[in-house]
Design a protein around this ligand. Structure first.
Ligand SMILES: *[C@@H]1O[C@H](CO)[C@@H](O)[C@H](O)[C@H]1NC(C)=O
Ligand SMILES: *[C@@H]1O[C@H](CO)[C@@H](O)[C@H](O)[C@H]1NC(C)=O
Ligand SMILES: *[C@@H]1O[C@H](CO)[C@@H](O)[C@H](O)[C@H]1NC(C)=O
Ligand SMILES: *[C@@H]1O[C@H](CO)[C@@H](O)[C@H](O)[C@H]1NC(C)=O
Ligand SMILES: *[C@@H]1O[C@H](CO)[C@@H](O)[C@H](O)[C@H]1NC(C)=O
Ligand SMILES: *[C@@H]1O[C@H](CO)[C@@H](O)[C@H](O)[C@H]1NC(C)=O
Ligand SMILES: *[C@@H]1O[C@H](CO)[C@@H](O)[C@H](O)[C@H]1NC(C)=O
Ligand SMILES: *[C@@H]1O[C@H](CO)[C@@H](O)[C@H](O)[C@H]1NC(C)=O
Length: 403
């Protein structure tokens, strides 16, 4: 049994603007595999939101394999005209009351798998409320008893994207199997598979918060993206990513515990030239590192509160939390100019965080990884538990013993 862990990509750009680039900056990573499959469609489809062409799965090398024991094969349908998602891959779907499997030829290595869903009533026979299914990719169960309409309603409507990271061994193909629950159907609108750099998220062994142990992120770990946020800046669309078509949400305000946000300081620097000396340049788009949220440089104020974000998560999973930092304010250049503490899930994550200390200079982006386990709440049957991410100013001014 291979583990699946849920991934929280949390991009926290502490001090930082949106580069006013004319047009699209060139991607800096070129994925070997970049597959965009429009399920239930045929031929090539283009979308207003994505520069890539979506390939229909009908009569293509990607046509799914059906469950031969079943009498009902999968069907293809157009989304109803009332559906809010009007671009490929959301305009068509493949739906089935029995199991079906895509066998996708791929190079070995770590991949993003993005599953696109447009929950709608696909007449006849496929009512919106009647989908309930599980999805496996190779040995990993990506989703089980997934009710796409519940999930879409939770996030305010369709469409819905679920992003995973898995390692594909040497078999040269990946099987993705959709298995409906009894009397329910499974469906899919789009499948995207994009290679990722080997060092991107499978980076070793981050600190396991609340213990003295490390938590290795290895090839037998599958990750699911939960939040990826550009702190203090604007949202970043898949074409503005570094070549992997990730999207970065904004604003982060909605996750702050204090809605008044009266202490928040939102610095930005749109002239700085970043030096990627500590991390690889494709780690995150530059725009992530040139905007941010800080606690301000008035020590009476910055010591008087904690900067706190609250993220609702499913309990009983481990989460990878990646915090991205870059010091871009001109007067913060030395170790100790801005030091702080980080708490995660009410445990200390960093006794002494210092971005200059980590990055070795102003303008050098850096990130730090942590793994946190979210436990079941002691009482009640709430489906989500809150992860508190807290930054706190040091209460004393002496850092001399910390060099
Ligand atoms: C994990 O997978 C990657 C890509 O498939 C490979 O390069 C790497 O060597 C693997 N790591 C281990 C520890 O097997
Ligand atoms: C999916 O969730 C919706 C909304 O809660 C519910 O009405 C529907 O019955 C569920 N579908 C299945 C097959 O469980
Ligand atoms: C810092 O903030 C406090 C409280 O608002 C204020 O009284 C003080 O003048 C500020 N200090 C500086 C140096 O601006
Ligand atoms: C900030 O959070 C830490 C850890 O929970 C706590 O010890 C401290 O008292 C908090 N500080 C303020 C000003 O709320
Ligand atoms: C941006 O960074 C550059 C280079 O360090 C610096 O000269 C400039 O003052 C910074 N701008 C802001 C607004 O901090
Ligand atoms: C708080 O303000 C003081 C005084 O300006 C500064 O030295 C310190 O780095 C600030 N702390 C944080 C966490 O911003
Ligand atoms: C964690 O801390 C927050 C405030 O920072 C508090 O509201 C919450 O109840 C704490 N959770 C636990 C499990 O102690
Ligand atoms: C200053 O604060 C740090 C971080 O909380 C703490 O570890 C250290 O002991 C304090 N130093 C002094 C001199 O009090």
């Amino acid at each position: 049994m291979k583990p699946i862990i849920t991934l929280l990509y949390l991009s926290l750009c502490l001090h930082i603007l949106t580069l006013l680039v004319a047009g699209k900056s060139p991607p800096i990573y070129s994925p070997i595999d970049d597959i965009t499959l429009a399920c239930g469609n045929s031929g090539q489809q283009s979308s207003n939101f994505d520069p890539r062409t979506w390939i229909g799965d009908i009569s293509s090398k990607y046509s799914p394999i059906e469950d031969f024991k079943s009498s009902t094969a999968s069907q293809t349908r157009k989304a109803p005209p009332s559906s809010p998602a009007s671009q490929p891959p959301y305009t068509t779907a493949r739906l089935s009351y029995s199991e079906f499997t895509y066998k996708i030829p791929l190079s070995p290595g770590q991949k993003f798998i993005r599953l696109h869903f447009n929950p709608a009533t696909y007449n006849p026979d496929f009512d919106r409320s009647n989908s309930l299914f599980s999805i496996k990719a190779g040995p990993f169960t990506l989703l089980s008893n997934f009710n796409a309409s519940v999930a879409a309603d939770f996030y305010g409507g369709s469409p819905l994207i679920r992003e995973f990271c898995v390692n594909v061994e040497t078999e040269q193909s990946l099987e993705i199997t959709f298995t409906p629950a009894k009397d329910a159907y499974a469906f899919i609108n789009g499948i995207e598979i994009v290679s990722m750099p080997t060092s991107l998220y499978y980076t070793g062994s981050p600190k396991l918060i609340g213990s003295r142990n490390l938590y290795p992120i290895e090839n037998n770990t599958a990750l699911e993206m939960v939040y990826r946020i550009n702190i203090g800046g604007g949202s970043i669309s898949p074409n503005q990513d570094t070549g992997m078509y990730r999207s970065w949400d904004a604003p982060d305000d909605v996750y702050l515990d204090d809605p008044s946000r009266r202490f928040s300081v939102l610095p930005q620097n749109n002239t700085i030239i970043l030096n990627f000396v500590k991390i690889l340049e494709y780690s995150a788009p530059k725009a992530v590192y040139v905007t941010g949220r800080s606690m301000g440089m008035n020590k009476t104020i910055n010591k008087s509160y904690n900067l706190t974000w609250v993220f609702p998560l499913d309990p009983e999973f481990y989460y990878l939390v990646r915090l991205h930092f870059c010091e871009f304010e001109a007067d913060i250049i030395n170790y100790g100019d801005r030091s702080f503490q980080i708490y995660m899930a009410n445990q200390t994550a960093e006794e002494l965080a210092d971005v200059i200390g980590w990055s070795k200079g102003n303008g050098n982006p850096v990130y730090r990884d942590y793994v946190v386990r979210m436990f079941m709440p002691p009482v009640g049957s709430r489906k989500k538990v809150d992860l508190f991410l807290v930054l706190a100013a040091l209460q004393n001014d002496s850092l001399t013993s910390y060099n």
